[in-house]
Design a protein around this ligand. Sequence first.
Ligand code: AMP
Ligand code: MG
Length: 406
Amino acid sequence: MIQTCDAPGLLPIQSAIEKMSEQICPIVESEQVELDEALGKVLSQHVVADINVPPRDNSAMDGYAMRCEDLKGNDQLLLVGKALAGAPFTGKIKAGECIRIMTGALIPEGADSVVMQENTTVDDNKVTFKQQPEFGNSVRKAGEDIQQGQIVVTKGTKLTAAHLALIASVGVAQVTVCRQLKVALIATGDELTPAGTPLVEGAIYESNRVVLKALLRGFACEVFDFGIIKDDKKSLTEVFTQAGSLCDLVLTCGGVSVGDADFVKEILDQLGTINFWKVAIKPGKPFAFGKLGNAWFCGLPGNPVSSYVTFEKLVTAVLQQMNGQTSIPSAYFVAKAATVIRKRPGRTDYQRGIFYRDEQEQLWVKPNGKQGSGIMSSIANANCYMWLEQEAGDVQQGDSVKIQPF
Ligand code: AMP
Ligand code: MG
């Protein structure tokens, strides 16, 4: 039976994500990697600080360090030395004395405060202060960022550039992360031609693999690119068998719908199991999830926008679960619709939009041109998804719309 676009019985997106999470156990093997190699990987052990950051009290300014007591009813101190970051002043500051101090230099014994140089004048070895500092002025206290023994980054965190900085700041050079996932990528379609070769009548250039590879880079996966496979059961069977034994996750694009040349589902059914097929998502309805050999299987629709959106909204959840990543609720803003937005009830719709603020700081959003699932320019030139709930119909001008900036 051919199902219409918004046929009943499609799996709501949240149920699809729940079904996938129930099935998938996080990978248990972990590996140690250098920080330089850790971007996008998921921590499988907490990172704990062995030291305080900063390790010692130090200056937040270029200026002069002194005992703030000494500037009560007095504005001049004797300059007795200098401290630079990495070259501390080793003596002790006595009453009536100060030292020149640079940002990051240790606060010497006897001193408790710093006055920035813009608030001073210097004449030979006498410093005159235009500011009466409070106790602790411009001093960064030991441990004010991180305290010894503290968990710096928790297990399950996907490491960003900022996390790497934090980990490096406690002197940790290697982290324990979920081992790298092996992901197979297979494009299917007789019409698909690799870029850089001539196009024959009826053919199109293949574009999904390069996009999916780029998106997979965000998860630090090892990608096994099986290339373009013809709509031919024998070839697909061979490649699926190989991919399912080699990888942790097999991603296909195309051939998963109800057309005469759509064999992906049939072969998955023969070689493995289909957990579900068809999700109430637009674009991207003919999405299949299942198991193939040792691997989880996600069959993405071939239309470029569908393949992109189902990767972001469904495959991402699979990768997070496999990596043991702590799940983060989907974030969104609320904007007002600048125009009517057409939407039929029945599927959660991720239309591509452009959001902007007006002079009153009100957030507005409008669809970015045509929304067909083959129109990749609708994503490339947009700046957000307009997240339209499954049962919603048309959105009227001025109505609230959830947006997810890219
Ligand atoms: P299918 O899902 O195989 O029915 O394909 C749906 C549409 O997407 C067809 O117009 C295909 O030509 C196109 N398509 C399928 N796979 C790709 C791909 N890898 N790159 C670009 N377009 C594709
Ligand atoms: Mg096809």
